[in-house]
Design a protein around this ligand. Sequence first.
Ligand code: AHR
Length: 503
Amino acid sequence: MKARVTVHRDFRIASIDHRLYSAFIEHMGRAIYTGIYEPGHPSADANGFRQDVLKFVQDLKIPAIRYPGGNFVSAYRWEDGIGPKDQRPVRLDLAWRSKETNQVGINEFAIWADMAGIDMMLAVNLGSRGLEDARDFLEYVNFPGGTQLSELRRSHGTEKPHDVKMWCLGNEMDGPWQVGHKTAIEYGRLADETAKAFKLFDKSIETVVCGSSNDGMKTYPEWERQVLEECYENVNYISLHKYFGNQSGDTLNFFGKIEQTGRYIQTIGGTIDYVKAKKRAKNSVYICFDEWNVWYHNIEEDGRRWRSWDWPEAPALLEETYNFEDALFVAGLMNEFIRRSDRVKIACIAQLVNVIAPIRAEKGGPAWRQTIYYPYQFASLYGRGEALNIAVECKTYDCAVENEVKYLDVAGVHDREGGTLTLFVVNRHLSEAADLDVALHGFTNPRLIEHLVMEGHDLRAVNGPDHPERVVPTQGNGVGVEDGALKGKLAALSYHVLRLSVG
Ligand code: AHR
């Protein structure tokens, strides 16, 4: 298959917000307990945080992490997780039918996030609770001292405020499964008042209002319009969530869901513009895609299990094992986020450890990186700078979810300061290699400095505790710069990170 690609340094989409490579972690399953916190584990530090997991997290260079939920947050009392650990209550978590021991709360999580080098993005409970509790939480977390709540935090050993700047106004409030589920108008009003109060506290705080739980919801996209009409001026972002799967076993259709996601983003972008125009507003609202991932391998079995179980503590839940096909999918989805970085400023992989996650960790045992860890990591490491608008000419295919999907999926990021251009390329063709010919315009003396590749695996190949490095990236070859153009052969079903020095 011939693939002609044209890159020009002046054809830019947007400056990428580094928070495009953020993550999400929830109090559910073994994400927090066992995942990041396991006192007694051989690698645990004095606070109980697993250093083996932490190292994998640090290597991802994650800018921000959304916490503590998810569905969990909609019935969560933040006060349960503060103060002496032996006095914290054990509560029922209605979202996942589990027991929450509250051994990790905001102050412990802040210690972990600090070690991981990640900023916190906190969600408040607008399901079972409301403005008053959200406001108290904010004061406890962010106020330096001299008030009851800030002094309470200091008495708990956390002298300095956490100074959290990103706040999510509830979670998936359109979902009938959510504790405290609301109509768009009810929620929009509450979100508006909460966001207003947060900005009265500190005008530099950024707020994220809930969009639809996914683009399959009956209320989508009317939900977004109604919610934004209630709160547009007080919010900075609207959240999007979407989980993906190859339920029909059709690889090309699975990949087509990436283009479908582009339309989802475009629709919400249009809705934002509509409300902005209607309100004659000056501020801009962007997209925070704060839950995305592949989630289908065990979804039905998991659903049966957790709906019937008897309130266990930190049970194994949603522990998807990702294969090579999923890695190719995630690579393409990261490309879509880069191409849509004019609209999407924040995106969070959901989740980070054990629960639908790139990192897995066994109780008392090893931690390992799943296949999807690598494309997420490479986008985070090398996808910072300006997203370029790249022209791609190659064969296309039609599938159930989209027509004219290009077999070659390309995104490019120019780091002007670092003098590098990175192309992220997925050849989605099932059997044909791509003859790549990239015309590079406006760059000085382009040279290939690194070629990372994931290829040659069975689509169902996975990593696991006994074979943690079965599917890993390797150094590529066969691609190089000739007469100012980047040329080479890319195998069928392969992923490439092509890093060039461009003067
Ligand atoms: O990430 C798992 C769950 O998926 C989250 O709790 C919820 O927000 C979404 O439905």
